[in-house]
Design a protein around this ligand. Structure first.
Ligand code: NAP
Length: 255
């Protein structure tokens, strides 16, 4: 994978940051986005360039404005000579999810629509721009982050869980239509992973204890657990896997 380029949204924290490090360690150049955390983005860029001798650049993106991807990809064209992998990872939290993160009877159009935009529409627009570049280099791999919250009930997760179900279906459609360009499209569905997004859950301690109890491996998921799955799916070892959702849940979903 050395010398190839990954474009990933939300590279400054949690799962996105772990993916950035995993790919950089494997010699992949990294174009990543941040939203509010420019200082952290700069630190990560400098750190991976120094440690792994790869090229890294960061760009500001608000996934609630998915059309921003068009401008960002134009900048990426100037900074990198190719795009091989695209991972739609960023997720919104805080005020943007009010009315979307909550009980079914409290769901409201604005919060729900924001979560759908951040999860599905941002995936579509980012993947379209990435696919145009991948076509030029003979193929590539597109991934969307998903969550087992569309397989098992999670408190307050109706907005996110239903949007993740939608993005998994979008992944299957994209895989069918992009296969002829040698572009594979998959989703990685995580069980509860220890990140800021999960710590923001009102019942975080409860979720953590329950996850450890449910997993036959007796521990919470870590961002690196997801990053390894992403690296595999982007590698040639996964060359006939497309339109698939790989579940990385420490065995919790079956329990
Ligand atoms: N944590 C879990 O348990 C879990 C489980 C399964 C799947 N997932 C999925 O994995 C992905 C990453 O989750 P995470 O837990 O790593 O999240 P996280 O720790 O909250 O990190 C979120 C990332 O998204 C960026 N971001 C926030 N608001 C944004 C916006 N409006 N526009 C663009 N970027 C924005 C942040 O950038 P700044 O730092 O610059 O603000 C940050 O890099 C998500 O798709 C999530 O649904 C998570």
């Amino acid at each position: 994978m050395k010398g190839k380029t990954l474009v990933i949204s939300g590279g400054t924290r949690g799962i996105g940051k772990a993916i950035v490090y995993e790919f950089a360690q494997n010699g992949v150049n990294i174009a990543f986005t941040y939203n509010s955390n420019e200082e952290e983005a700069k630190k990560i860029k400098e750190d991976i360039e120094e440690k792994y001798s790869v090229k890294a650049r960061y760009y500001q993106l608000n996934i609630l404005e998915p059309e921003q991807y068009k401008e960002i990809f134009k900048q990426i064209d100037e900074d990198f000579d190719r795009v091989d992998f695209f991972i739609s990872n960023a997720i919104i939290s805080g005020r943007a999810v009010v009315g979307g993160y909550g009980k079914f009877m409290k769901l409201r159009p604005r919060g729900l629509n924001n979560i759908y935009t951040a999860t599905v529409t941002a995936f579509v627009i980012g993947a379209q721009e990435a696919a145009k570049r991948m076509e030029k280099v003979g193929g590539g791999v597109i991934l969307s982050m998903s969550s087992t919250g569309n397989l098992v009930y999670i408190d307050n997760y109706a907005g996110h869980g239903s949007s993740k179900a939608a993005v998994e279906t979008m992944v299957k459609y994209a895989a069918q239509e992009l296969g002829e360009k040698n572009i594979r499209v998959n989703a990685v569905s995580g069980g509860p992973i220890e990140t800021d997004a999960l710590r923001a859950f009102t019942n975080y301690e409860e979720v953590k204890a329950e996850t450890i109890k449910r997993s036959p491996l007796n521990r919470m998921g870590q961002p690196e657990d997801i990053a390894g799955a992403c690296l595999f799916l982007c590698s040639d070892k996964a060359s006939w896997i497309t339109g698939h959702t790989l579940i990385v849940d420490g065995g919790t979903t079956f329990r």
